[in-house]
Every structure is written in C-alpha cells, then in structure tokens.
Design a protein. Structure first.
Length: 395
C-alpha cells in the first residue's frame, strides 16, 4: 500500500504529463500536469479514446499504430519516442515530446505515455531560425553594400589618380611657364631699365623736372615687375623642391652692412635704415643667399608699408645658442584678423590698399628660413608698426 501511495504521489505531482491507455487506446489514467496541458478535467478524458487529444492526421492513424504493433511487434512510437502535436480542448495545438512504454499488468497490456511540453523550445527554435534568416539577409545586404562601396572606392581611386596625374601635368606645365616667363621677361626689363638710366643721363643738361619724374616712374615700375618675377621664380623653385640650402661660414655683419647700403638707395624720402649688431662674434654657418633674400624681403616690406621721415631698425645678434635677425618698422601694421594668414601664399592684409605686392614674399621668407632650420615670428599693432624676428639655432 505504501509503495502504491508513493507511486501515485509521484505521478500526481510529476512536472510532465503522464497518461495510461489500454490495448484499445482508451484512457485509463491522466495526471494533473497532462490535464493542464490539454485543458481537460480528468473525468472528460478517462474512458475516451486517446485520439481526442490528437489533431489530424495523428488521430486517424493512432489506432492503426497500436494494431500494427500488436500483430507485428514493430514499434512506431512505443519504446522509441518522438515529437508529436497535441490538441487542446480549445482546438489549439502544441508540440510535445512523447515517450511510450509498454507495461504488462494483471495479465493485460497497458501503454504509458510521458508527455514533455516543448512549446518554449520550439518558439526559441523558430526565433533562432528567424534571427538566422535575418542575419543572412543582413549579411547579404551588407555584402552587397560593401561590394558597391569597394566598387565606388575603386572608381574614386581611379578618378583621383587621373586627377593627380592631370594636376601633376598642369603643375609641370605651370613650372615650365613660370620659369620661361621669368627668364624671358628679364631681358626686355633690363633693356628698359638701362634705357631709362641713359635717358636720365642724357637729359641732365636740360634739367627738366618732368623727364626726371617719368624716368623715376619707369624705374619704379621695372623694379616692381622685377620683384614680382623674382617672387614667382622663387616660389616655383620651392614648389619643385629645387631649393636646397648651401650653408657656409660667412661674416654676418659684412653681409648686413651691404644689404643696408643697398636698401637705403631705394628707401623713401628721409627713411633711414639703422643697422646694429650684438655679440662678440660675427661669423655664422648659414646659406648667405637664402638669408639675404629673407632680409631683403623684410626690409623691402618695411620700406613699402612705412611712411617718409621714419626709421627702420635692422638688428642682428649672435649669442651662445642662436643667430637672431630682427627688422622693425613704424608702418601701417597688420590687422589682427589677418595675422593668422600672414604666411600663406598670395595672401595680403586688407589694409595694404594700392601698395603693390604679390603676397608671396613672407611665404618665401618662412620657407627659406625653415630650410635653414630657422623660424619666423612677428608682432604687429595696427598703425604702430611691425617687428619681424628670424631665429636660427646655432647647433
């Protein structure tokens, strides 16, 4: 009795559904878990054929399975187990795993079915399939997108390569033109300059003020045009990488005095260039031609942007660590908004007005200084003048 009560308690409290049927397929017992799964009360199922818990086509085939097994001994479900579909009282179906065993009891055969609901597993499986299908679609979409992107990048690369090639050809053409034009213009400009000087010389006995005035205009125009050509030629050489510093030891003071004398000749009326050197030595190891070009450019700017009756301070200094060149003027200054663009090629400050210039000079100065490991700095206030400083490390 105790064993029977224990067995009954186990069956009644089992998580999975347990159903027993006789040889004709009629339900003899059904536990609470099975009732809950199929939504029937025990009295609604007991004595009924098990097929009421099966949808088509399982319902019509069930009795045939039992009959075949009884005559042939060939199992279809019994002792094997399989996944089947159950029919609930409300007409809905659900998947479950069915295991059937045969029991000999009191001289007759009883079939016991163990029912494990796999609805959640199937839902998870379907979700996984949907997710996998979605991933496949996403991968395919991304693959197509990547292929299109790679194709577009390849086309863009080819276009860029063609553009770069054309740009290179145009750059070479521009360089050849600038170089040719600069050299070709020099000959007629030299002839114009010489002719103007000769006219001035031959006209001296006549002491004609108009002749002197127009000769000076010719000389100034030739000088401005020569400066423009020199700037373009210097820029062309820099862009082509043809400029390499040839550093040698030379006397900085001697070079600076020559520059001062040369630039004083083109200064405005009563403009005075004051040169001063600081330091116990005057010998430096730099490229004298590049350095001279830098100083000439800065002093020429000081002359252009300063008025008559002013001083231009030109100083050099050699200390233990650096060679320092400074040029200070009392001119129009540089607007604060323009200062960040000052060393850009072709840039000119907004307050230059009709003062001639290409906007290349300071760009060339900065690049020449950099070639000699130097750096250009400046400080400027509007209408109060500008100070340019070039610093070269001696090491």
């Amino acid at each position: 009795m105790e064993n029977a009560a224990l067995l009954k308690a186990i069956i009644e409290n089992a998580i999975d559904g347990i159903i027993t049927i006789d040889e004709r397929g009629n339900v003899e017992t059904i536990n609470p878990s099975a009732c809950k799964l199929f939504q029937y009360a025990q009295e609604e199922v007991i004595g009924k054929n098990i097929s009421i818990l099966m949808p088509q086509p399982y319902r019509k085939d069930h009795d045939g399975y039992i009959h075949r097994y009884q005559h042939t001994g060939e199992p279809h479900i019994i002792g094997i187990g399989r996944e089947v579909i159950g029919l609930k009282k409300d007409g809905t179906t659900f998947p479950f795993r069915l295991g059937v065993s045969e029991v000999q009891y009191s001289g007759r055969k009883i079939y016991t079915g163990f029912i494990h609901d796999i609805s959640r597993e199937k839902e998870a499986e379907e979700q996984l399939k949907e997710y996998a299908a979605h991933l496949e679609e996403e991968v395919e979409r991304r693959t197509i997108w990547l292929k299109n992107t790679v194709t577009a990048l390849q086309e863009a690369k080819e276009e860029v390569s063609m553009s770069l090639e054309k740009e290179k050809e145009l750059g070479q053409l521009k360089s050849r033109f600038v170089s040719m034009a600069s050299h070709e213009f020099r000959t007629p400009l030299s002839a114009v300059q010489l002719s103007a000087s000769l006219i001035e010389k031959y006209a001296q006995p006549f002491d004609n003020e108009n002749i002197r005035k127009h000769v000076n205009k010719i000389k100034n125009a030739v000088g401005n045009l020569t400066t423009i050509l020199n700037d373009f030629l210097s820029l062309e050489k820099l862009e082509a990488g043809k400029v390499e510093p040839a550093c040698i030891s030379f006397d900085l003071v001697k070079l600076s005095e020559e520059i001062t004398e040369e630039m004083q000749m083109i200064a405005k009326q009563n403009q005075n260039i004051i040169y001063q050197h600081t330091g116990t030595t005057s010998v430096v190891n730099l490229d004298p031609n590049l350095l001279k070009n830098c100083i000439l450019n800065l002093i020429a700017n000081a002359i252009k942007y300063s008025g008559e009756n002013t001083f231009i301070e030109f100083n050099t200094e050699i200390n233990d660590h650096n060679c320092i060149v400074t040029i200070r003027d009392n001119g129009i200054g540089i607007p604060e908004a323009d200062q960040k663009h000052l060393f850009e090629a072709f840039f000119r400050a907004h307050n230059t007005g009709n003062i001639p210039g290409t906007g290349l000079g300071l760009n060339i100065v900065a690049r020449y200084a950099k070639l000699m490991k130097g750096k250009v700095n400046f400080n400027s206030q509007l209408n109060k003048g500008t100070l340019f400083t070039i610093t070269f490390p001696l090491s």
